[in-house]
Design a protein around this ligand. Structure first.
Ligand SMILES: *Cc1c(COP(=O)(O)O)cnc(C)c1O
Length: 426
């Protein structure tokens, strides 16, 4: 499609948008006396209006039933987590038995590494991306040390080529091949949080398996953002948080995928807890651990129902909208944002914004990362004063993530207008 940098064109795209009505289902922050242009759904998704009602239902049932709510609540708490696999399966491309919702992301990374990172003297390396999210880096280093290895030679970070922001598939596959025999685990993000680069998960999983290693993904920036096919790609495991693109609220519950070839194996090593125990015998309080032969068998504790209620409200909106429709709009929104930023650069004597997110539609999701060549922090602060909520990452990157459920083409046009004005002054 040929884009235009005019308000009429942006409004026309909004009018033709098949999922435009969903914005009304969310609270958009009101800042400096106007509706914010909220471009940080990659950091904390907005609150769906339905969330309050879903949480209130549980508060009411708790008040009415006390402990009996485990069995008599409208959504019995004993099986509350079972509501999620059918809603998540189409979003991450998994079978229901491969999914469970539990804990939080970094906790789950550790639990999954307990199962899938079991190094030997010959195979002890973890291959990951350079500039992974810090929590992941800390998790990798601490796991390696826990097993008596030294992160300096056990954690292999694949870097981008000199002067490039994206790593690219070739460098990753080369590195896996190079360290193949010594590699226990390949663990990447699905979408790098800083550059917005989408990794070729299918090829990475294949290369890891060829090398004889397991392969997992941290999908914090991928779940609800890009098309995933975890089962078909034969990914061994994955985990994600639900408060970014999945809009489930601060500190919301995390999701886990474990491929059925592992999840069904009761003998697969894991850290165990009572909620992973066979449901028939869980309350017999017996001595022997007999895990549920699905991803549920990795659960430790009973479900955090109040935070899960927000997750349920949000995932029902994804279901109603249809994830495919959202993906189509997401691709259009980011294309329009690329176009608007190009227009800003073209209107100036010298380029001021370098887009470090790959332009290939297969290589990016909603997020577009702008490396500010000048005046970065100042422009970021001024955007905020104009009610544009973006995200700042040192040393000088502004991340912008228009999301299909509640952002519009008009907001992207307005963003272009505002940033052009700010750049013209000063
Ligand atoms: C957001 C994010 C986290 C945050 O972890 P929590 O345990 O949810 O606080 C971790 N890793 C990545 C890649 C992230 O994007």
């Amino acid at each position: 499609m040929k884009f235009e940098n005019t308000i009429d064109f942006a409004k026309q795209l909004d009018n033709e948008d098949p999922v435009k009505a969903f914005r009304e289902k969310f609270y958009v922050p009101y800042i400096h006396k106007k509706d914010a242009i909220y471009f940080t759904g990659n950091s904390l998704g907005l609150q769906a209006k339905a969330v309050q009602e879903h949480i209130l239902d549980e508060l009411e049932d708790w008040a009415s039933y006390g402990v009996e709510g485990h069995f008599y609540a409208r959504n019995p708490w004993v099986s509350y987590h079972e509501l999620f696999p059918p809603l998540l399966a189409p979003i991450v491309g998994a079978k229901e038995e491969e999914l469970v919702v539990m804990n939080q992301l970094t906790v789950n990374l550790h639990l999954l590494m307990a199962s899938f990172y079991r190094p030997t003297q010959q195979r002890y390396k973890i291959i990951c991306e350079a500039k992974a999210f810090p929590s992941d880096q800390y998790a990798f280093d601490s796991q390696v040390k826990l097993h008596g290895f030294d992160p300096r030679n056990a954690v292999i970070e694949v870097t981008a080529a000199e002067g490039e922001a994206s790593i690219g598939t070739e460098r990753i596959l080369n590195e896996i091949e190079k360290h193949g025999k010594e590699t226990a685990l390949v663990l990447f993000s699905g979408v790098n949080y800083y550059s917005g680069e989408v990794f070729d998960m299918e090829s990475i999983a294949k290369a890891a398996h060829t090398a004889g290693a397991y392969c997992g993904f941290d999908l914090a920036h991928a779940a609800g953002n890009i098309r995933l096919a975890l089962h078909d790609w034969e990914v061994d495991f994955a985990t994600w948080c639900s408060y970014k693109y999945l809009n489930s609220g601060p500190g919301g519950v995390s999701g886990v995928f474990i491929h059925e070839k592992h999840a069904t194996q009761k003998s697969f090593p894991r850290l165990a807890g009572w909620w992973g125990q066979n449901k028939e015998t869980r309350f017999a309080m017996g001595r022997e651990f007999d895990p549920i032969p699905t991803a549920e068998g990795w659960q430790l504790s009973n479900a955090p129902v109040l935070s899960m209620a927000a997750h349920k409200a949000s995932l029902q909106i994804f279901e109603e909208a249809g994830f495919e429709h959202l993906l189509e709009k997401a691709a259009m929104l980011s294309s329009y944002l690329f176009f608007i930023i190009d227009e800003i650069n073209a209107s100036r004597k010298e380029k001021i914004i370098e887009i470090i997110t790959p332009r290939d539609p297969e290589k990016h999701g909603c997020q577009v990362s702008m490396l500010m060549l000048k005046r970065g922090k100042e422009i970021f602060e001024k955007l905020k004063a104009e009610s544009v909520i973006a995200d700042w990452r040192e040393p000088n990157v502004i991340r912008i993530a228009p999301v299909p459920l509640y952002n519009s083409y008009t907001e992207i046009f307005r963003f272009g207008e505002i940033i052009s004005k700010l750049l013209a002054n000063g």
